[in-house]
Ligand binder design. Structure first.
Ligand SMILES: O=C(O)CCc1c2[nH]c(c1CC(=O)O)Cc1[nH]c(c(CC(=O)O)c1CCC(=O)O)Cc1[nH]c(c(CC(=O)O)c1CCC(=O)O)Cc1[nH]c(c(CCC(=O)O)c1CC(=O)O)C2
Length: 345
């Protein structure tokens, strides 16, 4: 790895090494909040954009150019690897991922095959071009975690209560474990492809896992996330584990094997550090909705997060979840500068 990249504040903070300033990036930093994104997407469907190397590169670079964030995140979506292995699904504007035939029996589970580099050659091509353009700025690869992907596949789309998902988990545990096993192989394979192509860190999004209780997490989810983190260990890239509403799960999320735990806005970072224990860096955790309020409100919260984050062994500033589409990009530009200026040491 290029020594300047290895020494970047983001990678150093992930490794819990001293930094010259707190690194910052934002989940969903590319996307609908940016006028330049809306311009290049035009009428191109989301999943077409995710399979077009030139668009992936351009969209990934947009927030790096505009904000000067400390990391880029590969432009894609959590359902891309599922589409790539032949699952009939689409991302519908205003709805989200929609699966044509929800997966609820053994025959359907058996249609989930492992992912091969040839299934996603556009990913390898885009990441190769990106690492050249990014130079000393790290590129984060990502994937959805098995629980969150299972929820989309079983429900057939976004779900508030995950009814069918939990019905399978509690009522048909064998089928559940078979599904999670296949999704684990796909997720691990997809992350390994991204690292082989040049990603210098990975983030596993278990966005909906906050819906399960700690004992159920241990039994039905953790064996799979642990397998993914263990399966990445030989690649020597920082592994970030993120979920929403995970206050009661934070210790277990750390135990599953990540290097960095992403925290949403519900738990202050000093308290999160206490719950997670030593040996982990933290990422987070400004409520993305605060960015819709005047700057003074943003600044007050951001300053508090920097103070609390300093109690962790490493801190990467981020939001507690993705940038909301109605966010004014000038707020994010100001926030990036504020984090850099007020944490410089
Ligand atoms: O509410 C729901 O369940 C549907 C959510 C939804 C997904 N893809 C989607 C949508 C529709 C939408 O955003 O309106 C569809 C989707 N994915 C994405 C976009 C672009 C944007 O948000 O404006 C969009 C909107 C598509 C469009 O432009 O019309 C891109 C995306 N998804 C994702 C990422 C990774 C990241 O967050 O940084 C990124 C890349 C961001 C970047 O390059 O900066 C990951 C993703 N997609 C998805 C999830 C599940 C949880 C969630 O809702 O946030 C997650 C994980 C997460 O953010 O926690 C599912």
């Amino acid at each position: 790895m290029n020594p300047e990249l290895a020494d970047s504040p983001f990678l150093r903070a992930c490794r819990r090494q001293p930094v010259s300033r707190t690194p910052v990036w934002f989940m969903r930093q590319a996307g609908r909040s940016l006028p330049e994104y809306r311009a290049v997407r035009g009428g191109v469907p989301m999943l077409t954009a995710c399979a077009t190397p030139d668009l992936i590169v351009e969209i990934t670079m947009q927030p790096v150019r505009r904000y000067g964030v400390d990391a880029a995140i590969f432009f894609s979506d959590i359902v891309v690897p599922l589409k790539a292995i032949g699952i009939d699904l689409d991302i519908k504007p205003g709805v989200g991922p929609v699966v044509a035939s929800p997966i609820r029996d053994t025959a359907a589970v058996e249609t989930l095959r492992p992912i091969e580099p040839d299934d996603v050659s556009y990913v390898t091509e885009a990441i190769g071009a990106l690492t050249g353009e990014l130079g000393a700025t790290p590129l984060i690869g990502f994937a959805g975690a098995p629980f969150t992907l299972a929820s989309y596949l079983i429900e057939g789309g976004p779900s508030k209560n995950h009814d069918h998902t939990k019905a399978m988990m509690y009522g048909e545990p064998q089928l559940w474990h078979a599904l999670m096993d296949r999704l684990t192989e796909i997720t691990l394979g997809f992350l390994r492809i991204q690292v082989a192509a040049g990603a210098s860190a990975v983030q596993l999004f278990d966005s909906w896992v906050g819906a399960v209780a700690p004992d159920d997490y241990r039994e039905f989810v953790m064996p799979y996330t642990s397998r993914i983190f263990a399966g990445l260990a030989d690649l020597d890239v920082p592994r970030i584990h993120f979920g929403v509403g995970t206050g009661e799960l934070l210790g277990l999320l750390g135990e599953a094997g990540a290097d960095v735990v992403g925290v949403d806005w519900r738990v202050p970072l000093d308290e999160a550090a206490r719950r997670i224990g030593p040996g982990k860096a933290l990422q987070g955790n400004l409520d993305p909705a605060i960015l819709l309020a005047p700057w003074e409100a943003v600044e007050r919260r951001a300053a508090d997060i920097l103070t609390r984050g300093a109690k962790a062994e490493g801190h990467i500033f981020n939001l507690g979840h993705g940038v909301l589409p109605g966010t004014d990009p000038d707020q994010l530009a100001r926030l990036t500068d504020f984090v850099h200026d007020s944490s410089a040491r």
